[in-house]
Write a protein that binds this ligand. Structure first.
Ligand code: SF4
Length: 533
């Protein structure tokens, strides 16, 4: 039974939106992390205050004193985390529990790996609406050793807008030295069915159009020229209605926008309208030269034909929109031999202005139905969550490549993409100071040079480090020392709070939950693997 507000005791609530998984000094992180704040932690903060509770909010970008900035008298802490920040979240939960707080986890990690998160949190949230939250607030009690899973049947129909979230947006944006981008939402879910995507299974719904218009109008009172980042999984599905809203809210060009959208939505008439409305950056997904043609509107075209068509399309986009990031997934089952990588290089030659965003194929627990196939085939490696950020580890054994062969090709492609020649060509083919500066910073920071060095290290260890090959070949689940040392370094002082055993998870929990075979045998027994602090 849900208590009324007046019956509920006033709680001291902490909310942490984890953007960075540990302390950092990286240039790109300094510029971009405050712009990567999530919307749901801000929403939870608004709803908690609406219910009369005392809220302290922190967006952790890697530059704050994570422990020192939150008060010590917290009753309940909500942590929002992507899977790559799971260990940071687990350590924080452990720390706050030791101080007497009840802990709750939300965000993508909670949705993808609830079984694991329940070991470390009192509540693990799925889809969360006001009622779900109200239940947690009125219960607010420890659930240990196994936490309680709480979820609404579907995504909420409405969410607090920018005006209501402003008390939490503003302090976060104050941390951004150059670029300030306000997170906004026009829709949830996606009508496309890309098998690897967490949003494919979420029914598409638009947010209230009047609310979206109000968000934009409000921002015009706060900034001379606001920058808005649409957090829609696929912006522009109901293209004309959204652009109508934008045009009603702001005179052309008064607001700059950035959005992820699929190529199939980016026809020339649409691009003209996007340009007129102030869109400055688009991030279309290309993913593969041999799959997912329906998303990029290339139909049955594959290989070099698709490369030419997509490059023409991306060049068309660059004629209207200054910044384009083209996203690719490396290691898909449809890829084989050198061709997919060589085709990506040809794409870069033909569309030199696009910034390539590469993701190594990763199965995030329950994120997608396709992950059941990988788990059933025993192809998912138990890499610690900390490395599941689409580049530090690929947790699906590639179907058509050996690990060494795969990393050789990834290194070759990354080196090609961020060579002096490619960077110079990208600089020349990009218009505008901001777009050019972004490309340079990204290429020389963690994304370009940083990743290249990391991949080279992994490749070298596949030859030289005796712990590497057996782990990658799934002959043992004994985690190479290299990864433990890296988590320790990345987490900094929080590492001492990482619970025993937290570096290990069952990579087949999703499949097992469907009542399928015993696949837990690859998990090391707790007494065989001890986490050294
Ligand atoms: S188009 Fe994008 S958001 Fe939609 S299902 Fe595919 S990958 Fe996900």
């Amino acid at each position: 039974m849900v208590e009324s507000v007046s019956e509920m005791r006033k709680l001291h609530i902490g909310i942490i939106d984890i953007v960075s998984k540990g302390p950092t000094r990286a240039l790109y992180a300094r510029v971009m992390n405050p712009n990567l704040a999530s919307i749901m932690p801000q929403v939870i903060a608004v709803w908690c205050r609406e219910q009369g509770h005392d809220v302290t909010f922190l967006c952790y970008t890697g530059f704050e004193d994570l422990i020192g900035e939150l008060p010590s008298n917290i009753d309940l802490i909500f942590i929002g985390a992507f899977t790559e920040a799971a260990h940071t979240a687990y350590a924080l939960s452990n720390l706050f529990r030791s101080r007497g707080a009840v802990t709750a986890l939300g965000g993508p990690h909670a949705r993808c790996y609830p079984e694991d998160a329940l070991r470390y949190f009192d509540y693990v949230l799925g889809f969360t609406d006001r009622e779900t939250l109200r239940g947690v607030l009125s219960d607010c009690s420890p659930h240990r050793p196994a936490g309680m899973r709480v979820a609404a049947a579907q995504q909420p129909k409405t969410l607090p807008g920018v005006r209501q979230r402003w008390p939490f947006i503003e302090p976060t944006l104050r941390k951004a030295p150059l670029l300030k981008m306000v997170p906004t939402l026009g829709s949830l879910g996606c009508p496309y069915t890309c098998a690897f995507c967490i949003d494919a299974a979420v029914p598409y719904q638009t947010m209230d159009f009047d609310g979206v218009q109000e968000d934009l109008s409000f921002l015009l009172t706060k900034f001379r020229r606001p920058r808005v980042g649409w957090h829609d999984p696929n912006f522009g599905v109901r293209f004309n209605e959204f652009l109508d809203v934008i045009e009603r809210a702001a005179p052309p060009g008064r607001i700059d926008f950035i959005a992820e959208s699929s190529l199939s939505l980016l026809s020339e008439p649409h691009l003209k309208r996007l340009k007129r409305c102030g869109f400055k950056a688009l991030l279309p997904g290309i993913e593969s030269w041999f799959d997912l043609g329906n998303k990029s509107k290339t139909g049955a075209q594959l290989g070099m034909d698709k490369v030419r068509q997509v490059a023409d399309h991306v060049n068309l986009i660059l004629g209207y929109i200054p910044y384009v990031q083209a996203n690719f997934v490396l290691g898909l089952d449809t890829d084989e031999g050198p061709e997919p990588f060589e085709l990506t290089k040809r794409f870069l030659d033909l569309a030199p202005g696009a910034f390539p965003g590469y993701s190594l194929l990763t199965a995030f627990g329950r994120a997608a139905q396709l992950n059941l196939d990988y788990q059933r085939a025993h192809r998912v490696l138990p890499f610690p969550f900390h490395f599941l950020n689409n580049n530090q580890a690929m947790n699906v054994r590639p179907r058509n490549y050996s690990w060494r062969g795969f990393y050789d090709r990834v290194i070759d492609l990354t080196a090609y993409s961020f060579s002096v020649k490619a960077n110079a060509r990208r600089f020349r083919a990009t218009a505008g100071l901001t777009a050019r500066a972004m490309n340079v910073v990204r290429a020389v920071s963690t994304e370009g040079f940083g990743r290249l060095n990391y991949y080279k290290d992994i490749r070298r260890r596949l030859d030289k480090d005796p712990q590497f090959r057996p782990y990658f070949e799934q002959e043992t689940a004994e985690l190479p020392r290299f990864y433990i040392d890296l988590v320790r370094k990345d987490l900094g002082p929080l590492f001492q709070w990482l619970p025993e055993g937290a570096l290990y998870h069952n990579p087949n929990a999703y499949w097992q939950s469907q009542g399928c075979g015993d696949v837990g045998s690859m998990r090391p027994s707790p007494n065989r693997v001890t986490l050294e602090k």
